[in-house]
Design a protein around this ligand. Structure first.
Ligand code: DAH
Length: 346
């Protein structure tokens, strides 16, 4: 028994010696020490021996098992370490190299402003409408009481993008203002209405620090049975004070727009000098802000609304200009330049 144990020990030691990798080590462990392993079988057979033999053989068998287990463990740790070593050498990573910097984008200042405007008007019960940027002459002009050859057309330099003239809708143009959406919304939903229309508009003009061929406006329209300029003043007061987080002075003065009667312009008390007079307000204490007025009966009629039953006001202001005011931007062209050095400031 003892000699066969010693033989087994030798066999195991030489097998261990030859083992090349962790898998072979595992095979050896199973072959000798596993549940059905050869050494295990001997240990199981002990019960048939006399007490004296049990003691001697048992001790030796346990000693051999411990020794082999330890050797397997030691060799496998060594193998694992050298594997790790090897892979570290092959796939070496310098953990001290600074990581890649990802630039996280953010909302464009114009969109930030648009979201604010929509939020404040939304809380006052205004729905947000949209309309096509490529518009027909009809909606851009005639539908707003600006007939062909009317001098008011010259107020807005237009990009015509089609020569063919549809008998009712005329040529296609890049809309010069958001006002056409007034007519479209009236046609579609009728009265009463309480909407704003933020959107992109286009003018054929030479660019400079305060003019661009593309900019953004916000149109407003409120139509109901008993609407007056007083409610326009109230709405604008609320809107502007909330937007600028301060009390804003407003004044109306007469202004001409063919789609309103009476027409007016709304000025803001200068935000920079609080009405004292400065460079920004050209020392008047006031800044022009928007056109507005009571919707012309012709426009209501063209929109399918009976001016005898309903009335309302409309306004249009420059979202781009408002953004420039709010953020103190002095060149309109920066807003569409895509220049990150500029955009990252907001
Ligand atoms: N559409 C005009 C423009 O672009 C602005 C405007 C003036 C809009 C008066 C209105 C309004 O709704 O009532 O110059």
């Amino acid at each position: 028994m003892i000699t066969s144990l010693q033989k087994l020990e030798k066999e195991m030691l030489s097998a261990l010696e030859k083992a090349q990798d962790i898998h072979q080590l595992e095979e050896i462990r199973i072959k000798y020490l596993g549940r059905k392993g050869m050494l295990t079988a001997i240990l199981k057979g002990l019960k048939n021996l006399s007490d004296e033999e049990k003691r001697v053989v048992g001790q030796l068998a346990n000693k051999i098992r411990d020794e082999i287990e330890r050797k397997i463990e030691k060799k496998s740790t060594g193998m694992k370490n050298s594997l790790l070593e090897k892979s570290l050498q092959e796939n070496w990573i310098d953990l001290t190299v600074p990581g890649k910097k990802y630039n996280i984008g953010h909302i464009h200042p114009l969109s930030q402003m648009q979201e604010k405007v929509e939020h404040i008007f939304g809380q006052m019960g205004f729905a947000v409408m949209d309309g096509p940027e490529i518009e027909s002459e009809y909606y851009n002009f005639e539908g707003l009481n600006i007939p062909e050859h009317h001098p008011a057309r010259d107020m807005q330099d237009t990009f015509f993008i089609e020569k063919n003239r549809d008998p009712k809708f005329g040529r296609l143009v890049l809309r010069t203002h958001t006002s056409p959406v007034q007519v479209r919304t009236m046609e579609k939903y009728g009265a009463p209405l309480r909407i704003i229309v933020p959107g992109r508009v286009f003018r054929y003009e030479a660019t400079d620090a305060s003019h661009d061929t593309t900019f953004y406006q916000v149109e407003g329209l409120m139509i109901d049975k008993d609407i007056s300029i007083a409610s326009l003043k109230g709405v604008m007061n609320e809107f502007l004070s909330r937007l600028f987080d301060q009390k804003i002075n407003l004044r109306f003065r007469p202004g001409y727009f063919p789609f309103v009667e009476p027409g007016m312009e709304l000025d803001l008390g200068c935000l920079f000098c609080e009405g004292q007079g400065c460079r920004v307000c050209k020392h008047t204490g006031w800044m022009e802000f928007m056109g507005a007025g009571m919707v012309h009966p012709n426009v209501l009629r063209l929109g399918g609304i009976d001016p005898e039953k309903f009335q309302g006001w409309a306004f249009g202001f420059g979202l781009t200009r408002l953004t420039m005011l709010k953020f103190g931007i002095n060149d309109i062209r920066l807003l569409t330049s895509g220049d990150l050095r500029f955009l990252e400031q907001f």
